[in-house]
Design a protein around this ligand. Structure first.
Ligand code: ADP
Ligand code: MG
Length: 396
């Protein structure tokens, strides 16, 4: 790998008067019909504005949540996103419910296509659906880094059949920044992998341990390692099936002369609730009815010390239930250690970004990525399917 992107770029295309279909990741949290965190919408804004200024007829598409395919569901409509996008752009963004047969758009106008996951065949990367999407446009722009690890009709199939398929500035920027940081990272390279998606994340750790010098685990992943180390974890979030895998990873790290640090103290509660009382315990003293909801203060200090020595830090996943303040200290201490560290630091993931916002460290992190799963797969060294498709289209 030479680090250069082998894809066409939106910024090199002639867009005036063209029908430009842009795939963004506008999968944002929505409550009571309102967008509660618009970070992903703001990240997509420069791409949309660029296309508008170039005089394109702009169609934006995105998924939201996980609706049942083949039916419209008002609860998973992009209507709140259209509303927020209208505010941020300062011009009306029309939400189109039925868009697969074509949309009337004037040059410089922006329409938002309703949730791509309402279309049967989206997740299966269906050919007929992909062709219908491709027929809508002169130029397809893939700009959704957060979904680039999934081969779906709106991220991958459409790029195969569109007259031109290129990368938008947000996607290109993400790939370049991550590529640059991870190709020749300043050592030691420390990765924090935490959060609640235990099975998906734990299974990437194997490949990750070969790339990084030190792996820090937190959240439900750490709980699985705590159990693998022979401690009782009560009712904590963890994946019993993956205990053998965690044991193997710990032994492999030891064989290489390192270790995956297992928490020595933890914060527990007897229930998962905003008003639950937090208690600090030694890791070998967790009660049967208790849940581990954060790393303890000694552990947080020890991990902060590792981060202080790092040359590069990649962070995905909060190490505790930071949404409740009494279980947020571990995440806060690590966030601040990352912010204070001279290392090149990258943070990615939906909830990780919420933690970055909560602890106000965004401007002291070198690069904030919009991707979660995609970010981990990239880190692992895998080619993202949507990017591979753009590469193959750039060759013809
Ligand atoms: P991201 O979106 O950044 O990829 P995840 O979705 O995997 O991260 O995980 C984030 C969630 O993990 C947060 O909502 C947080 O409350 C939860 N979490 C962290 N630690 C624990 C824990 N020990 N037990 C239960 N949930 C946890
Ligand atoms: Mg999440």
């Amino acid at each position: 790998m030479d680090g250069a992107l082998r894809v066409k770029r939106m910024t090199d295309q002639e867009l005036a008067g063209k029908r430009v279909l842009i795939r963004e990741d506008l999968n944002v949290p929505v409550a009571d019909g309102k967008v509660t965190s618009d970070a992903r919408i703001r990240a997509a804004l420069p791409t949309i504005q660029l296309a508008v200024r170039a005089g394109a007829r702009v169609m934006v598409m995105s998924h939201l949540g996980r609706p049942v395919e083949g039916a419209f569901d008002p609860a998973q409509s992009l209507a709140p996103v259209a509303e927020r996008l209208t505010e941020l752009l300062g011009t009306k963004v029309r939400l189109v419910r039925d868009w697969l047969d074509g949309v009337e758009i004037a040059p410089g106008e922006v329409v938002l296509c309703e949730n791509v996951r309402f279309n049967a065949g989206e997740k299966k990367d269906d050919e007929a659906l992909s062709r219908r999407m491709a027929a809508l446009c002169d130029v397809f722009v893939m700009d959704a880094f957060g979904t680039a690890h999934r081969a779906e009709a709106s991220t991958h199939g459409v790029a195969r059949y569109a007259p031109i398929a290129c990368a938008g500035p947000l996607l290109a920027g993400e790939l370049e920044a991550l590529g640059k940081a991870l190709e020749h990272p300043k050592r030691p390279l420390v990765a924090i992998v935490a959060g609640s998606k235990v099975s998906t994340k734990l299974t990437v750790l194997e490949a990750l341990t070969r790339k990084v010098d030190k792996l820090i685990v937190g959240g439900g992943i750490a709980n699985t390692f705590i159990a693998a180390a022979g401690h009782k974890v009560g009712r904590s979030l963890m994946e019993a099936d993956l205990i053998p895998e965690a044991k193997r990873l710990m032994e492999a790290a030891r064989a290489r002369g390192g270790e995956i640090p297992v928490p020595t103290d933890v914060v527990v509660a007897d229930r998962f609730a905003a008003d639950a009382e937090a208690d600090v315990r030694r890791v070998d003293a967790v009660g049967e009815g208790e849940m581990i909801l954060d790393i303890g203060p000694d552990t947080a200090e020890r991990l902060a010390g590792i981060l202080k020595e790092a040359g590069t830090i990649v962070w995905n996943g909060p190490v505790g239930v930071f949404e409740f303040d009494q279980f947020g200290e571990g995440t806060r201490v690590l966030a601040e250690a990352i912010a204070a560290s001279p290392a090149f630091s990258i943070a990615g993931g939906g909830d990780t970004l919420a933690a970055v916002d909560k602890y106000e460290v965004a401007d002291r992190i070198s690069y904030v990525s919009t991707g979660g799963g995609a970010f981990l797969e990239f880190l692992e060294g895998r080619t993202l399917p949507a990017v591979a498709m753009l590469e193959s289209r750039a060759q013809g």
